[in-house]
Design a protein around this ligand. Structure first.
Ligand code: ZN
Ligand code: FE
Length: 254
C-alpha cells in the first residue's frame, strides 16, 4: 500500500486545513472543515477530489464549511457520535476504525476540550490528527470536560509510538512556547525548540506537524508526571492529574 499524502495549509485566522489523500483509490479526506475557500483551493492545486470530511469535534471553526463542501462535492462526513456535527453521515466512537481508501484510522475518544472530541490515528501511516486536544507545546482549553478527563485523554495520545506525526487544529506554537518556557525554563530541548519555532514563524512557515516524541520531551502539559517538571512548579511528588490541572490553570491565566 502506498503511503498517504498530506497537505497542510492555513484557514480562517490560525486554523490548519489538512487534506489526506490515498493515491491508489483517490480517496481524499479533509480533517475538519474550517473554511471552504482554502480547502477547495488546496484540492484544486493537488488535483484531488474530496471524498470525506473527518471532524474532530463540533466547534464552528472545525465544522463551519461542512455543509457547503458537502453540497458542492457530495462528500461523506464522519465525526463523533451523539454530537452536533452538521451533515454527519457516519458516527464514530472510541475504538472504531474508519477506512480511507484502505488506510485504517483508529478513533480515539479524547474528551476535555469538548465532550465529543476524537482523534484519528492512522497507525500504519504513523500519523495522528488531534483537533484541539493536543497542540504543539500545548493542549486545548477545557471548555466542556474536566482537567482529569483531559489528562486521561492526553495520556492515551502519549502512549502512541514516539515517531507518530501529529497534526493539530491550530497554529498556536509560538504563544505556547512562551508559556512552556515559564514552566520549564531549564529544559534544553524546549529552549532549542522554542527558538526553532520563532525562526519558522518569522519566515511564515508552519510549525507542524510535530511528533509524539517531541511533545513528550517539551510539552509541559504532557510532562505533568515528570519529576523535574513537578519540581519546577513546586509540586514534587504530586498526582500528575493535579499537576496537569495546575499547568492548565496557569496557561488559562497567562
Ligand atoms: Zn475547538
Ligand atoms: Fe479550534
Amino acid at each position: 500500500m502506498t503511503a498517504l499524502q498530506i497537505r497542510q495549509f492555513m484557514c480562517l485566522n490560525d486554523n490548519f486545513g489538512v487534506l489526506v489523500h490515498d493515491p491508489e483509490s483517490g480517496a481524499t479526506a479533509s480533517i475538519d472543515a474550517p473554511e471552504a475557500g482554502p480547502i477547495e483551493a488546496a484540492l484544486a492545486e493537488a488535483g484531488w477530489t474530496l471524498s470525506h470530511i473527518l471532524n474532530t469535534h463540533h466547534h464552528g471553526d472545525h465544522t463551519g464549511a461542512n455543509l457547503e463542501l458537502k453540497a458542492r462535492t457530495g462528500c461523506t462526513i464522519a465525526g463523533p457520535a451523539a454530537s452536533k456535527i452538521p451533515g454527519i453521515d457516519i458516527e464514530l466512537a472510541d475504538g472504531d476504525t474508519f477506512d480511507l481508501g484502505g488506510h485504517a484510522a483508529r478513533v480515539i475518544a479524547t474528551p476535555g476540550h469538548t465532550l465529543d472530541a476524537i482523534s484519528y490515528w492512522f497507525e500504519s501511516d504513523e500519523t495522528l490528527f488531534t483537533g484541539d486536544t493536543l497542540f504543539a507545546l500545548g493542549c486545548g482549553r477545557i471548555f466542556e470536560g474536566t482537567p482529569p478527563q483531559m489528562w486521561a485523554s492526553l495520556r492515551k495520545l502519549m502512549a502512541l509510538p514516539p515517531q507518530t506525526a501529529v497534526y493539530c487544529g491550530h497554529e498556536y506554537s509560538e504563544a505556547n512556547s512562551r508559556f512552556a518556557l515559564t514552566i520549564e525554563p531549564g529544559n534544553a530541548l524546549l529552549v532549542e525548540r522554542a527558538e526553532e519555532i520563532v525562526a519558522l514563524r518569522a519566515r511564515g512557515k508552519p510549525t507542524l506537524p510535530t511528533t509524539i516524541g517531541d511533545e513528550l520531551d517539551t510539552n509541559p502539559f504532557l510532562r505533568a508526571g515528570n519529576p523535574e517538571t513537578q519540581a519546577q512548579i513546586g509540586m514534587a511528588g504530586a498526582d500528575p492529574a493535579r499537576v496537569f490541572a495546575e499547568i492548565r490553570k496557569r496557561k488559562d491565566n497567562f
